[in-house]
Design a protein around this ligand. Structure first.
Ligand code: MV4
Length: 463
């Protein structure tokens, strides 16, 4: 007799309640998807988040620790205990915190919970940027020139590898990612010092000294491809997003689709991404990050979680990514094929941060007054409300304003109107800065790269 594909596959869904191991806007977002699917929710919170409305709105909630994230949202044992005590069948990690921790995914599954994400092995493969690159090359995904193996110890061998790639090169830590543990090397004379410094940082920060080297691309855009995969070997890609508008590796504005990318250039890349997913048995949602320069795509990293900027893809693809993510975790086959994916119009997302618009220092305090934009093509994802206390313990993201319109120019205009209608009193936010950015000519023309925003900020400061 063959094994059933999933436990309870004959009797129904694998779970009927989800513990949301996260906080803030994404906890609200996941709660909404669960409610729409008729799945019960369990909220966990730190002492700082006890009064949050979404905590009370959950079917059940438990306080799992003090304000410090290390003792609450990052406390695996506390979260697994909360899941057991509340009878949750599944755990949704959201983004950040434990979302890309393969040990947590493994522990959750071993404790009998469905982890809403890929299996621990996929997370571990993508967490090691060298094994990720090897998997991508094997699947035909275009990568940045450079070996898919760790840098050797021998000085002469390293020098030859860098010479073969051609300067400038970039040294990256295998355990890094998201901009951590990397160093640009403009010329051969600076290679060995850069390696020594990055290796020591990697040992300290990631517990592994493994490094790799790539060609350094000098003026790329950051374009990513969203995928959705079930546990039956079906995978689709949901178009692309441009996330070049960032400061210190923190994205500020995202849009879908990436402007000016020809369909015949992106389509084979999207196909290679879903091919890679099938090859590694990937399940759930995922994002392939690429650098895009001179009409070519170069894979850099894969994110194995739901991302902050998923809404721009939801609005263009017309698909509720969080609901789909939960359904594939239930063991359901995708109801969509690639032919069903038809992205329409243009979408922007602005991240609203509680921070000083000039210094970018985070700003905490009570929201004394609040107006959100409304109307067609405008969406606000947030957990804050008048009277809410923005705590200093966590990320400064307090809301996302997302717009959708038929064209990029119309979507920009909708965002200008949305930002003008937004008022957040009591704390400082980056709204004034976002308003100014949406008046920028080069941004409007879609002529920006990953360095644009930092240059723009420097220029603005000197004016
Ligand atoms: C690069 C690169 C140029 N060439 N790799 C930074 C974040 C991490 N995901 C990878 N990063 C980069 N890798 C090569 N071979 C430039 C960056 C980079 C960057 C990438 C995406 C978005 C913003 C960025 C800002 C600075 C550097």
């Amino acid at each position: 007799m063959s094994q059933p594909l999933h436990k309870n596959s004959a009797t129904g869904p694998r779970f009927d309640s989800v513990l949301i191991a996260n906080r803030g806007e994404i906890a609200v977002r996941i709660q909404r998807a669960c409610r729409d699917l008729g799945v019960k929710t369990v909220a966990v919170c730190s002492e700082a988040d006890r009064e949050a409305l979404y905590v009370k709105a959950a079917d059940r909630f438990l306080c799992i620790g003090p304000s410090s994230a290390a003792k609450s949202y990052l406390n695996m044992d506390a979260i697994l205990l909360a899941a057991r005590l509340t009878g949750a069948g599944a755990i949704h990690p959201g983004y950040g915190f434990l979302s890309e921790n393969s040990a947590f995914a493994d522990a959750a599954e071993k404790a009998g919970f469905v982890f809403i994400g890929p299996d621990a092995k996929s997370i571990a493969t993508m967490g090691d940027k060298i094994s990720a690159k090897r998997a991508m090359i094997a699947a035909g995904v275009p990568c940045v020139p450079g070996p898919d193996t760790a840098l050797p110890e021998e000085a002469v061998a390293v020098e030859q590898i860098a010479l073969d790639i051609g300067y400038p090169v970039i040294i990256k830590a295998a355990g890094g990612g998201g901009g951590r543990g990397m160093r640009v090397v403009p010329e051969a004379g600076l290679l060995h010092d850069a390696i020594a410094l990055t290796r020591e940082e990697a040992r300290q920060a990631f517990g592994s000294p493994a490094l790799y080297v790539e060609k350094f691309l000098q003026h790329p855009r950051h374009i990513e491809i969203q995928v959705l995969c079930d546990s039956h070997g079906n995978a689709v890609w949901l178009g692309h997003r441009d996330c070049s508008m960032q400061r210190r590796h923190q994205k500020v504005v995202e849009e879908a689709p990436a402007p000016g990318v020809a369909p015949e250039i992106i389509a084979p890349v999207g196909e290679a991404c879903v091919q890679a997913c099938r090859q590694i048995g990937y399940r759930g949602v995922g994002t392939f990050e690429f650098l895009y320069e001179d009409n070519a795509f170069y894979f850099i990293e894969m994110n194995t979680r739901l991302q902050v900027e998923h809404p721009v893809t939801e609005l263009t693809a017309g698909i509720d990514i969080v609901q789909e993510q939960i359904k594939v975790a239930q063991g359901l086959p995708l109801a969509l094929t690639q032919a069903d994916i038809n992205c329409k119009g243009h979408s922007f997302e602005c991240r609203i941060n509680a921070e000083d618009p000039e210094s970018f220092m985070s700003s905490a305090g009570v929201i004394t007054g609040l107006d959100w934009p409304m109307g067609e093509g405008v969406r606000v994802d947030t957990h804050i409300h008048a009277g809410y206390k923005v705590s200093p313990y966590y990320d400064s993201l307090i809301a996302k304003i997302i717009v959708h319109a038929p064209t990029r120019a119309q979507a920009m205009e909708t965002m200008r109107g949305a930002l003008a209608a937004t008022r957040v009193d009591g704390i400082s936010t980056n709204i004034p800065f976002l308003r100014a950015l949406f008046e920028d000519r080069s941004f409007a023309d879609g002529e920006t790269d990953i360095h644009y925003l930092e240059k723009w900020l420097t220029l603005r400061r000197t004016l």
